[in-house]
Design a protein around this ligand. Structure first.
Ligand SMILES: [Zn+2]
Length: 482
């Protein structure tokens, strides 16, 4: 694989220790990551590598979805492979327990945890939910019993980076939380299984990687204004030059060739590791994700059909990379009077509550947003000297940003080659400009995470000029791909 850091290489873990920003006491306990054709037929070997034994209980965790691999049902096939090799697997099927579809919550986690006994190992076959439930159940069991549970994961779609992260995204009392969890022991990416997944899943995976064209820069900005102490160049170095990788291999990815399928699985594995090593999702979740979260809230309120997350965030990344371009070209610290850049709590509270009043009649959502936004505003007020340093150091910061932000034209060209939408009218359903503009201009108010969107607010940026630059250039770039 033509990646600077190849997760399937036996030297991977020692190689990444030399990347600047790697904390030397961070040990990744993952024993192997496999990206191969017919990998599922070697599962007995990988289970042993994880520390499981054929004589011990093996729980196979799945959901109800029938997954096909080259036309054949995957889950019965895996059970067959194991049984013939002398293992005695017990299957646990996760089922929805409320009116919602299956999702990761503590109920599901407890269902798996209760079935664990000393010596047992877990084999998870599925996507993000099955992985997170299995991961967190074996983590909690390990915490409570002091016993290590060997954990092997077979992803059924190249859709998320959750497989290799040491966190789990769990619904706790209706609120999605990222909980500290554990790493898996062996990741088994079977190329035929991943290539058989619906195209939507692949599009989602690609989209969530390509946000890095803009999100690395948001993370850098957050560090420069004193809002994130975890920043390092590690995630960017670890995942490699995405513009070159995707520019070269977009068609392999689009056609889910064995090479393209393994490549995407490797990139998602690197993304999960990068977030774990950085201790935050920030490197892959910046301004574009704030806009996307707000759009989701608006779409839900209007009872519209939501756009697939990966497709939505990558389209928004075209806008945010253009916004970075605009900011880098136009920002002049000499124009800024810092006294005007620290709006009062009362002023901002009124702005947030007014902006989001339409989302629900009792103002619960608007108040929740204000609660999050307020944390960011507090920190901004508390660090005025850091804002001053940002102005003083702008030339150096701009030079650094120019190396971090990737070219929006490259991004749109990649989307074109991938056969993905490049313009909002091509989305299904099409998304109107007014809706996107509202989300773009108010995204900062829903989250405590600092991004470029916050600088536009604090520096009282000309919103009409910004929007026409971003929107018109995005439209031109999209027109060039047709
Ligand atoms: Zn995302």
């Amino acid at each position: 694989m033509l990646l600077p850091y190849d997760p399937s290489s036996p030297n991977f873990k020692s190689a990444i220790r030399t990347i600047p920003g790697y904390k030397l006491d961070d040990e990744i306990p993952i024993r192997a990551m496999v990206f191969e054709s017919n990998a599922i037929f070697r599962l007995p070997e990988y289970l042993e590598l994880a520390g499981a034994g054929a004589e011990n209980p093996l729980l196979v965790v799945v959901d109800e979805l029938p997954i096909r691999r080259d036309g054949e049902l995957l889950k019965p096939l895996v059970v067959d492979v194991l049984t013939q090799a002398g293992w005695n697997p017990t299957t646990i099927v996760l089922k929805p327990h409320d009116e919602q579809s299956l999702h990761t919550d503590l109920y599901q986690v407890r269902c798996v945890q209760e079935r664990l006994v000393p010596g047992a190992a877990v084999l998870a076959i599925g996507s993000g939910t099955v992985t997170d439930v299995s991961k967190h159940a074996s983590y909690l069991y390990g915490q409570e019993s002091g016993l290590r549970v060997p954990l092997v994961v077979v992803p059924t779609a190249n859709s998320v980076s959750a497989y290799t992260s040491n966190t789990a995204s769990v619904d706790v009392g209706g609120v999605k939380k990222t909980l500290h969890s554990r790493y898996l022991d062996v990741l088994v990416c079977d190329v035929e299984t991943l290539a058989s997944a619906p195209r939507n899943a692949t599009v989602a995976g690609v989209g969530d990687i390509l946000v890095a064209f803009g999100s690395f820069a948001d993370w850098y900005l957050a560090a420069r204004v004193g809002h994130d102490k975890n920043y390092s160049g590690l995630p960017r170095t670890l995942i490699g030059p995405l513009d070159e990788i995707f520019g070269r291999d977009a068609e392999e990815l689009r056609n889910t060739t064995p090479y393209g399928t393994a490549l995407l699985a490797e990139l998602l594995a690197l993304e999960g590791l990068a977030q774990s090593l950085a201790n935050t999702s920030a490197p892959f979740s910046g301004f574009e994700h704030s806009i996307s979260h707000l759009l989701d809230m608006m779409v839900k309120q209007a009872k519209q059909t939501p756009i697939l997350h990966g497709t939505q965030v990558v389209m928004l990344t075209v806008l945010t990379t253009l916004a970075f371009r605009h900011f880098m070209d136009e920002f002049n610290p000499g124009d800024i009077n810092l006294d005007d850049c620290f709006p009062s709590h009362a002023e901002m509270q009124a702005r947030v509550l007014e902006a989001f009043a339409f989302l629900d009649p009792d103002g619960v959502i608007a108040n929740e947003c204000w609660g999050e936004y307020r944390k960011k505003l507090d920190l901004w007020h508390a660090q005025r000297e850091t804002a001053q340093a940002f102005l003083d150091d702008w030339e150096m910061i701009r030079a650094e940003l120019q190396t971090i932000v990737r070219d929006p034209a490259d991004l749109v060209a990649i989307l074109g080659k991938m056969g993905s939408p490049t313009w909002f009218e091509q989305l299904d359903p099409p998304m109107p400009e007014a809706q996107i503009r509202f989300a773009f201009e108010h995204a900062s108010f829903i989250r405590s995470r600092f991004t470029l969107g916050d600088l536009f607010v604090f520096f009282n940026w000309d919103r009409d000029r910004l929007w026409s630059y971003v929107w018109e250039n995005a439209r031109l770039l999209a027109a060039q791909t047709r």
